[in-house]
Design a protein around this ligand. Structure first.
Ligand SMILES: [Fe+2]
Length: 463
C-alpha cells in the first residue's frame, strides 16, 4: 500500500498535532535563517496551536518535521501569522516542504556556505505596493500619477517571470502600501467598504499584497527591511483615521521572520546573513538611532519605536561589520530604507548615524529605496565621489521604483554631483556577484524586462 505525500502529511498532522478549525495555509513566504536554516512563514484564518512544516529532500518523502508555538495576530488583522524555522539543513541544497494542512508541496534551495565562490544573482526592490484594482494599475485616482501602460507587466509580474535568474529577493522597505487605503478612497479610486471598521480596509489591501507575492515568496527567499510605510498613519492623505494594525510597524513585525536571532540582531529591524562570498546586512533607518525620523519627535511624525535601549542598533552594526571574515565574504552589502545620497531631500540623520561605520569597515555597496525612482550614484565618502575602479568608499544605489498606487517621484534638478544615472520608470534591480573582484547591477524595466542601466564595481581583491 502506498500513500501520497498529502496523505502522509495529513496522517502525521492528526497523529501529532491539535489542529485549528481553519488551518489552510495562505501567503506562504520563506527567508534565510542563518547557516543551515530556512524560515517558513504562512498565514491561517485561525490560530495554530503548534505550527508545523513537513519537509525532506524528496518531493514524495516529507519525512521530517519542524514546529513552533508562534502563531500571532494583532488588532485589525483577520489572520494569524505562523512562523517555523527549519535548522540543520545542508548548504546549497534543494528541499521540499509543506506547511501543515497544505495541499501542495513547495521547494526551496538553501544558501551556500559563507565562502562558497560560485557566482550568483539576487533581486532588489524598494517601495513595492499592491498591484491591481486596489493598488497600481492602468487607472489612477484624482491627483495620482503614473498608471501602468496597457500590456505592461507589474514589478511582481516581472519578478515572477525572471524568478529562475536570481536566488532571493531583497525588499528594502515600504511593503504593500496598505496605509494608502484612505487616500485611495478620498481620490475616488477605490470604493469604501460598507463598514465603520476601517481596519478591514487596511487589512484587505495588506492581504492582497501577501497573496500577490506568494508565487515568488513560496519558493524564493524573500528578505525584507523596514520602511516608513510600515508605520505610516497619515494615509498619504489627511490625518483623519488611523487603525491599530498600521501603527508602530505592527503588521510588519508580525508577518516576517528575518534572521535576527542567528545574527544577534533585533526582530525584523536589524540583522545580517551570508550567501557565498557576500555578507548582507539590513539595518533600520526608521528608529533606534539619534534623531531617527519615525521616532517620537522625528521628522517622519510616525511616533513609532524605539525598540531597544539607546545605542543598541549602532553597537550591533559596528560589531556585525567588525566581525566579518573578509577572507570568506570579501563583499559586504548593506540595505537601509532611507537614502542620504540622492537627488531629492535626504536623510541627514541616517548619514550621521551610519556613514562613519560603513566607511570604517569598508562596506562595498549601499542599497536604499524610499525615493520613487532609480538613481545610481558613484562610490562616495563624506560627499566626495569616487568612481567604480577600486574605490575606498561604498557605492550607493537608490531604487524605490518598484511601484505602488501613487506612482513615481520626479527628482529636482540639477541632480547631485554624485549622480551617475537616473531613471523614472517602474523597475527592480538584478545584481550579479561574479567573483570577489566584480559585481554588476542592472536596472530591469518591469513593464517589458528590458535592461535600462548597468554598471560594474571593481575591487582589487585576491580570491
Ligand atoms: Fe519610504
Amino acid at each position: 500500500m502506498s500513500f501520497s505525500v498529502k496523505t502522509v502529511a495529513s496522517i502525521l498532522a492528526f497523529a501529532f498535532l491539535t489542529l485549528a478549525d481553519d488551518c489552510s495555509p495562505i501567503q506562504i513566504r520563506i527567508a534565510y535563517a542563518g547557516p543551515g536554516g530556512m524560515a517558513v512563514s504562512w498565514n491561517t484564518n485561525d490560530r495554530m496551536p503548534e505550527p508545523t512544516v513537513f519537509y525532506g529532500q524528496s518531493k514524495n518523502k516529507l519525512d521530517r518535521r519542524a514546529s513552533s508555538r508562534i502563531s500571532t495576530t494583532y488588532p485589525t488583522s483577520s489572520t494569524y501569522n505562523n512562523h517555523v524555522t527549519i535548522v540543520g539543513l545542508e548548504p546549497a541544497t534543494t528541499y521540499y516542504y509543506m506547511p501543515q494542512c497544505g495541499t501542495q508541496t513547495y521547494s526551496f534551495v538553501t544558501a551556500p556556505d559563507a565562502g562558497d565562490k560560485n557566482a550568483f544573482q539576487f533581486a532588489m526592490v524598494g517601495d513595492l505596493g499592491t498591484m491591481g484594482p486596489d493598488g497600481l494599475s492602468t487607472t489612477v485616482g484624482t491627483g495620482a500619477a503614473n498608471p501602468l501602460k496597457p500590456g505592461e507587466l507589474t514589478t511582481i509580474d516581472s519578478l515572477q517571470a525572471m524568478k529562475s535568474s536570481y536566488k532571493f529577493v531583497w525588499h528594502v522597505g515600504d511593503i504593500a502600501y496598505a496605509d494608502y487605503w484612505l487616500k485611495e478612497e478620498q481620490q475616488g479610486y477605490v470604493k469604501p467598504l460598507n463598514t465603520t471598521d476601517h481596519g478591514k480596509e487596511y487589512d484587505k489591501i495588506l492581504n492582497e499584497f501577501y497573496n500577490e507575492i506568494e508565487e515568488i515568496s513560496q519558493d524564493t527567499p524573500y528578505m525584507v527591511g523596514v520602511g516608513n510605510h510600515e508605520a505610516n498613519c497619515d494615509n498619504g492623505a489627511n490625518l483623519t483615521v488611523c487603525v491599530p494594525g498600521q501603527l508602530n510597524f505592527t503588521g510588519y513585525r508580525h508577518h516576517w521572520n528575518m534572521p535576527s536571532q542567528p545574527s544577534n540582531g533585533l526582530e525584523n529591524f536589524w540583522f545580517s546573513w551570508d550567501f557565498g562570498i557576500v555578507h548582507f546586512v539590513q539595518f533600520s533607518t526608521e528608529t533606534d538611532f539619534p534623531n531617527a525620523p519615525d521616532e517620537p519627535g522625528g521628522k517622519g511624525a510616525e511616533d513609532a519605536g524605539p525598540f531597544a535601549p539607546p545605542g543598541t542598533q549602532l553597537a550591533w552594526l559596528k560589531n556585525d561589520l567588525a566581525s566579518v571574515d573578509r577572507n570568506k565574504t570579501p563583499w559586504v552589502i548593506v540595505g537601509g530604507h532611507r537614502p542620504w545620497y540622492v537627488s531629492q531631500s535626504e536623510c541627514t540623520e541616517c548619514q550621521a548615524a551610519f556613514e562613519p561605520l560603513l566607511l570604517q569597515y569598508g562596506v562595498d555597496l549601499v542599497l536604499n529605496g524610499h525615493k520613487h525612482f532609480y538613481e545610481r550614484e558613484s562610490a562616495i565618502a563624506k560627499g566626495v565621489a569616487q568612481e567604480l575602479d577600486n574605490p575606498t568608499a561604498p557605492w550607493y544605489i537608490v531604487n524605490g521604483a518598484a511601484g505602488h498606487y501613487d506612482g513615481l517621484d520626479v527628482p529636482p534638478l540639477p541632480l547631485v554631483n554624485t549622480s551617475r544615472k537616473i531613471i523614472i520608470e517602474y523597475g527592480w534591480s538584478l545584481f550579479t556577484v561574479h567573483n570577489c573582484t566584480h559585481l554588476t547591477t542592472e536596472f530591469i524595466a518591469s513593464g517589458n524586462g528590458s535592461v535600462l542601466d548597468t554598471a560594474t564595481l571593481y575591487k582589487d581583491c585576491t580570491c
